[in-house]
Write a protein that binds this ligand. Structure first.
Ligand SMILES: Cc1ncc(COP(=O)(O)O)c(C=O)c1O
Length: 414
């Protein structure tokens, strides 16, 4: 199928040696195989036809990352392009694309945990990840200990003979504790335990866990990578061949699959990831600093601010920030009516779950009842802001008018 158009970007030096913007523009496409068209066409399909019995049987025996396609469930040119991009950016041997970020959480956990095993899970994890451990994994006979996200190397004392996995999420996507991933990964390697981290907040542009010793990296591609709030997708990147085989097999036996249209959409989003993230980051820092000056706010939880308790780890390990952060309302401003007035008065920020899209969002959440080891003691409402690509001055005006309105309305009713 190749023609006069060569994949010059792929044929020369390994792309991982190039700057990130160049990699984002050139990885995961093979124009020479598609009549020179820049992007890989969408390959929808279940069945792949073989001309000979030898070819059919041979396809089953080869590495499904590089060999011939066998069946739609096991991969297609679009998922393979995306997986190539993901693995290269994270410095892993391979990646597996699945249908949602939550599937990218569940597949590696199910790949490594069996009845009688023990899991160490950060107490700051995403709610549905916690729910997976307390529901299905518990039913399967897997015991979970929730550890303090700030435990660092002291996690060593929690490892038991049957501990198979240490799971991290850094920063926690509601409470924003930054974990000492290198210290935890070091312990895991010394003790023969598999380490995993949900790296959705930073993306590989700002934190590369494999370089810090982690075995498996999880991404909800639904967020920044796709960037448009119009698809759900997940990616798992494996440090080495053994981990990759295990993840791939688990995804396949569960029938996980990444739709080619969604893979294409995600790759399209990733081409502009560097420039979008820069805007998300600078706007979120500007807004976080502004919120720190507001009398209604008890504290702001943004790892890139020097006021954040884990700022030193953040500056040591991360090369930049994204646009998601939290803040806590002061208790006197925290009545439900005040919260309702504030949220419902916002005109630009939407109220809704997820993040990483072009539009700004805000949600309130209560983590106090779910915490096990690291209690959340703030009395005020915890808010999470996803800062989108709008002009930050408009976003600040929106927050200001809504805070003012909530104060005026609730004060008037007292
Ligand atoms: C940190 C984190 N991981 C995983 C997920 C799951 O992603 P998805 O919504 O694509 O299932 C989310 C979703 O909000 C998340 O915030």
């Amino acid at each position: 199928m190749s023609n006069q158009h060569t994949d010059r970007a792929c044929a020369s030096a390994p792309s991982s040696t190039r700057a990130i913007g160049t990699q984002l523009a050139h990885l995961g496409r093979r124009s020479g195989e598609h009549h020179g068209f820049v992007n890989t066409p969408i390959h929808r399909g279940s069945t792949v036809l073989f001309k000979t019995l030898d070819a059919l049987e041979g396809a089953l025996r080869v590495n499904s990352r590089t060999g011939p396609f066998v069946y739609g469930l096991m991969g297609n040119p679009n998922s393979r392009d995306l997986e190539t991009m993901l693995a290269t950016l994270d410095g892993g041997v391979g990646a597996v694309a699945v249908g949602s970020g939550l599937a990218a959480v569940s597949v590696p956990l199910l790949a490594y945990l069996s009845a009688g095993d023990h899991l160490l899970m950060t107490d700051s994890c995403y709610g549905p990840s916690r729910h997976l451990t307390t529901s299905m994994l518990a039913r399967m006979g897997v015991e979970t200990t929730f550890y303090d996200p700030r435990i660092a190397g002291a996690i060593d004392a929690l490892i038991r003979p049957n501990t198979r996995v240490v799971y991290m999420e850094s920063p926690g996507s509601l409470t924003f504790e930054v974990q000492d991933v290198p210290a935890i990964a070091r312990v895991c390697r010394a003790r023969g335990v598999t380490s995993m981290v949900d790296n959705t907040w930073a993306t590989p542009l700002h934190f590369r866990p494999i370089a810090h010793g982690v075995d498996i990296v999880i991404h909800a591609l639904t967020k920044y990578q796709s960037g448009n709030s119009d698809i759900l997708l997940g990616g798992i990147v494996a440090r080495d061949e053994t981990h990759w085989q295990r993840i791939k097999e688990t995804a396949e036996v569960h029938g996980h699959y990444a739709h080619p249209d969604d893979c294409m959409q995600c790759l399209r989003g990733m081409r502009s990831l560097e420039v979008r993230l820069a805007r998300h980051a600078s706007s979120s820092i500007e807004i976080a600093r502004w919120l720190e000056g507001r009398s209604e706010i008890a504290r702001v939880l943004h790892p890139a601010l020097s006021s954040h308790p884990d700022h030193a780890i953040f500056t040591r390990d991360f090369t930049g920030s994204s646009g998601l952060f939290g803040c806590v309302l002061k208790p006197h401003a925290a009545g439900r009516e005040y919260l309702r007035m504030f949220l419902e008065s916002l005109r630009i920020f939407g109220m809704g779950f997820s993040w990483g899209g072009f539009e700004s969002l805000i949600v309130s959440s209560d983590v106090r009842s779910s915490r096990v080891t690291a209690p959340w003691t703030d009395e005020g409402h915890l808010l999470r802001l996803q800062v989108g690509l709008e002009d930050p001055r408009d976003l600040i005006s929106d927050l200001a008018q809504a805070l003012d309105h909530a104060r005026a309305t609730t004060a008037a009713r007292v």
